[in-house]
Design a protein around this ligand. Structure first.
Ligand SMILES: N[C@@H](CCC[C@H](N)C(=O)O)C(=O)O
Length: 279
């Protein structure tokens, strides 16, 4: 199988174009996402035919679980389709499992010649607690207390098609992600587990964020996590509706539009190399 290694801000993927999802997709993800015995990646992404969009994206986390949506991967898929002229327009539609068909735009990066950014209409966030899903019947779930291993946090729950729990801490950059991420990911509040974002608001338009991803662990960036963090920060009265989210791998620009209630994410996507692997 041919693959292209791609990343969005260091959140990296093995990207494969195929006619159908292989029956052993989960096993392939575990094998080839392994950073020592495989190619190494946070996820295995399939670009498949779609009846309702230019293409369909399906993503397996590095532990083999399937995610409903992935913000950094959708930018990579759009860039792949554009660069290979599979779609000869700057507006590309991509079908996802958890967030329907999303519109993606390839945009010029201001003041940087031919470099391109990718802007995605990530749709409306889901805020009903039971829909995120959490076990909490509230809408929205904001500043809700959660206890893990003797420590207590406050979280806000947001789904961008996939579930997120946003927690504000004093210093997200130096926060002990490896200790608290895995404990919160599997908390009983979250029937489908959860992606955990630790955030520090620097100003009304700037947030530092670090992420522990469901099924992948600590990654350098999370697009849906950045969207969830901005939505949470607006709900908590901490920021404006537009902000730069600084992740370990770089910055994403996120806007929660007042006009249509959709979240828009803008950031880079890069291809690194190509290869083949055995199925
Ligand atoms: N890195 C992603 C999210 C990937 C899926 C996630 N681990 C999940 O299981 O929901 C992003 O950029 O959004």
């Amino acid at each position: 199988m041919n693959f292209t290694k791609m990343h969005g801000l260091g959140n990296d993927f093995i990207v494969v174009e195929a006619d159908a999802l292989p029956g052993n997709a989960a096993e392939l993800a575990v094998t080839y996402c392994d950073r020592n015995f495989g190619i190494g990646a946070d996820g295995l992404v399939f670009i498949l035919p779609s009846d309702s969009a230019d293409a369909m994206m399906r993503i397996m986390n590095s532990d083999g679980s399937e995610a409903e949506q992935c913000g950094n991967a959708i930018r990579c898929v759009a860039k792949y389709l554009y660069d290979r002229k599979r779609v000869e327009r700057a507006e590309i539609s991509i079908q996802t499992i958890g967030a329907g068909v999303q519109q993606v735009q390839i945009v010029e990066q201001h003041g940087n010649g031919s470099a391109k950014l990718v802007k995605v209409d990530m749709g409306q966030p889901i805020l009903e607690g039971l829909q995120v899903p959490t076990t909490i019947d509230q809408n929205p779930v904001v500043k809700h207390r959660i206890e893990a291993d003797g420590r207590s946090f406050e979280f806000t729950a947001v789904s961008m098609g996939n579930p997120h729990c946003v927690i504000y801490v004093e210093d997200a950059v130096h926060f002990d992600l490896l200790e608290w991420g895995p404990k919160l990911e599997v908390h009983p509040y979250f029937p489908k587990k959860i992606n955990v974002e630790f955030a520090t608001v620097k100003s009304k338009s700037h947030i530092d964020m670090r992420v522990w991803e469901r099924g992948a662990g600590p990654t350098l960036a999370c697009g849906t996590g950045a969207c969830a963090t901005l939505v949470s920060s607006v709900l908590n009265g901490l920021t404006d509706r537009q902000a730069t989210i600084s992740l370990k791998g770089g910055d994403l620009f996120i806007e929660w539009s007042e006009a249509d209630g959709h979240v828009y994410m803008t950031g880079p996507a890069e291809a690194v190399y190509q290869g083949t692997f055995a199925v």
